[in-house]
Design a binder for this molecule. Structure first.
Ligand code: FAD
Ligand code: NAP
Length: 342
C-alpha cells in the first residue's frame, strides 16, 4: 500500500524480528523512514487515519504485550557530523537511526571522548535519551546537549536542551510528560578532546592496573569485553537487558532490610539507597527459574530471557510473579524497565 506521498505502508506485519525479546506480536501498519521528511509524512498518515504511533529503534527496550493496533514507524535516520570544533571539545550530532555502539566507536576513532563507558549498549541513538541510558558510572545526560524531535501530533520540528530533558536514573521527560508524543530525529553530544576517563565504577576500576591510566579506547574495549562475557546477546538468546530497574528505598527501610539481610547489595544515593534488583531476585531463588518457556538468566538474575520466543503476555506474567514475590519477601516494588505496549 502506498500513500499520496509514495511511502511504503506495510500492513499486518510481524514484529518478532523488530524486538530483541522476539515476542511474536504484529503491527497493524509499519513504515520505515530514512529522512525527516519521510518521518513527517508517516506522521501525517497516522493523523489522517487516526492511528496511535510507536517509534521503534532496535526494539531492545520494548515489550509487546499484544499486537500493536496503530502505526509502527521504524526509525532509520542516518548521519553523523561534527557541528562545532573548539580547542578543547566538539559538538557531534548523530541521526536517531545510527547504531549506538557504532556511534560510540566512531567518536573514539575521531579522538572525541566521554561515551567510552557506554560501549555495546544495544539499540539506536534516538532511543538513548528515552531512559538516559547508563552503565559503568556514566549516563548520557553527562554529555548530551540537545535532542531534536518531531512533535507526533503536529509533525513540527522542536528541540530540548539537557535540562529540558529532565533526566533522572533510567528516566527522562520522554518517558514522563512527553511519553509517546515525540519522534526523536537526532541527538547532539559535547565531547572532550582531552582523553579523560571515568573509573568511578569500582568494578570497572578493578579491571585496570592501579598505576597505569587507561586510555578511553582501553576503557571501551574492557567494557565491551566484560559485557560480552556477562550478558546474553539478543542475537544468541532473546532478551531486553535488565528487566527491572534497581529500586531506590528510604533510609529507614534500608536499615531494617540490612539488619535482616546483612549481605544485601545497596548503594547510598541522594534520595535514599539503591538496591541491586539482581541480588533481590537471586536471593529469592529465581535465578534459572522458568515459566512458559521464559526464564531468569542463569548468570544475570536481572535479565529475563525468552529462548522459546514465548508471547509478551507470558513474559509479563512471569515478571509479575517475580514482582509479587519480591514484594512479599522484601517489601520492595520492582518496576519494569523496558517500555510495555499493547
Ligand atoms: P527501542 O526498544 O526500539 O525503543 C525503546 C523506547 O524508546 C520505546 O518506547 C520507543 O518507542 C522509544 N523510541 C525509540 N526510538 C525513538 C525515537 N527515535 N523517538 C522517540 N521514541 C523512540 N540500557 C541501559 O541504559 N544501559 C545498559 O547497559 C543496557 N544494556 C543492555 C543490554 C542488553 C543485552 C539489552 C538487550 C538491552 C540493554 N539496555 C541497556 C536497554 C536498551 O539497550 C536501551 O534502552 C536502548 O537505548 C534501546 O534502544 P532501542 O533502539 O532498541 O530502543
Ligand atoms: P554489577 O557491576 O554486577 O552491579 C550490579 C548493580 O549494582 C548494577 O546494576 C549497578 O547499578 C549497581 N552498582 C555497582 N556498583 C555501584 C556503585 N559503586 N555505585 C552505584 N551503583 C553500583 O552490574 P552489571 O550487571 O555487571 O552491569 C554493569 C553495568 O552495565 C551497570 O551499570 C548496569 O546498569 C549496566 N547494564 C544495564 C543493563 C540494562 O538493560 N539497563 C543491562 C546490562 C548492564 P547501575 O545499574 O545503576 O549502574
Amino acid at each position: 500500500m502506498t500513500t499520496k506521498s509514495q511511502l511504503d505502508v506495510q500492513q499486518d506485519v510481524s514484529l518478532q524480528n523488530f524486538n530483541t525479546m522476539a515476542v511474536p506480536a504484529r503491527a497493524r501498519y509499519l513504515i520505515k523512514v530514512t529522512t525527516v521528511s519521510e518521518a513527517q509524512q508517516a506522521l501525517e498518515f497516522a493523523r489522517d487515519n487516526r492511528l496511535p504511533v510507536l517509534v521503534l529503534g532496535e526494539g531492545s527496550n520494548t515489550i509487546f504485550e499484544s499486537d500493536y493496533k496503530g502505526l509502527v514507524i521504524l526509525n532509520r535516520l542516518l548521519g553523523k557530523k561534527c557541528t562545532r570544533d573548539a580547542p578543547d571539545h566538539v559538538l557531534v550530532s548523530a541521526g536517531a537511526g545510527e547504531n549506538w555502539h557504532q556511534f560510540v566507536d566512531y567518536t573514539l576513532q575521531n579522538g572525541w571522548f566521554g561515551l567510552q563507558n557506554l560501549g555495546l549498549i544495544p539499540g539506536l541513538v534516538g532511543a538513548a535519551p528515552m531512559q538516559n541510558i547508563g552503565a559503568y558510572g556514566v549516563e548520557i545526560r553527562d554529555t548530551l546537549v540537545l535532542v531534536d524531535y518531531l512533535d507526533i501530533a503536529s509533525g513540527e520540528q522542536r528541540s530540548l536542551d539537557n535540562s529540558g530533558c529532565c533526566f533522572a536514573y533510567r528516566d527522562s521527560i520522554f518517558k514522563m510528560s512527553l511519553a509517546s508524543q515525540v519522534f526523536i530525529t537526532s541527538v547532539t553530544f559535547k565531547l572532550n578532546k582531552t582523553p579523560n576517563v571515568n573509573l568511578s565504577y569500582p568494578a570497572l576500576a578493578a579491571m585496570f592496573n592501579e598505576v597505569s591510566k587507561p586510555t578511553p579506547r582501553e576503557v571501551f574495549d574492557v567494557v565491551c569485553q566484560v559485557r560480552r562475557s556477562k550478558l546474553p546477546m539478543p542475537n544468541d538468546i532473546p532478551n531486553a537487558g535488565s528487566f527491572f530497574k534497581n529500586p531506590v528505598i528510604e533510609r529507614q527501610q534500608h536499615q531494617t532490610l540490612k539488619e535482616q539481610y546483612p549481605d544485601l547489595v545497596s548503594f547510598a544515593v541522594a534520595d535514599g539507597f539503591k538496591l541491586a534488583a539482581g541480588w533481590l531476585i537471586e536471593y529469592a531463588g529465581w535465578k534459572d527459574q522458568e515459566f512458559a518457556g521464559v526464564r531468569v538468566h542463569e548468570q544475570q538474575a536481572l535479565v529475563i530471557i525468552n529462548p522459546q520466543k514465548s508471547s509478551g503476555q507470558e513474559v509479563l506474567e512471569f515478571a509479575k510473579k517475580i514482582q509479587f514475590d519480591i514484594y512479599a519477601k522484601f517489601g520492595v516494588t520492582l518496576e519494569i524497565e523496558p517500555r510495555v505496549y499493547n
